[in-house]
Design a protein around this ligand. Sequence first.
Ligand code: MG
Length: 165
Amino acid sequence: MKNIFQPDLYINSLDDLDLKRLKEEGYRNILIDLDNTLAPYYDKHIDERAKEILDKMSEEGFFVVVMSNNHEERVRDFLKGTDHHYQSMSLKPTKVGYKKVLERYGLKASETLAIGDQILTDIVGANRMKIFSILVEPLVEKDSFSTRINRQFEKILYKIGAVKK
Ligand SMILES: [Mg+2]
């Protein structure tokens, strides 16, 4: 059985994503985390880099949904001025948000990638859904309070060898 904490792929930066190859492998959709994946949690609005990353994914032919555990206002305000799809209050790592998104847009889990900076939410959630999980290094070291707690667990997972980069 697959280790629920282990990402299918680990990348240092979103710039390292080989979108063409992933497309060739049959993936069609990307669920991407917001806080500390696309932008630091304290950045209120989308910046040029995040814009470029999302646009590039769309241009490569991927269906993109920003999937965040943060509240509606946070995600909506961050994406203001763009037309990207999003799901707030996703409740990762439960299956609730993933199921909503897959159903709403008619996506297959087997054709979907999930990208995020946290093992305990983004990776465990995707793995439970049998969605290809991609762990990206957090953008900044500063985390929100709840994430700081998760980071302590992550440290333990690395230390005991439960997760390998
Ligand atoms: Mg995050």
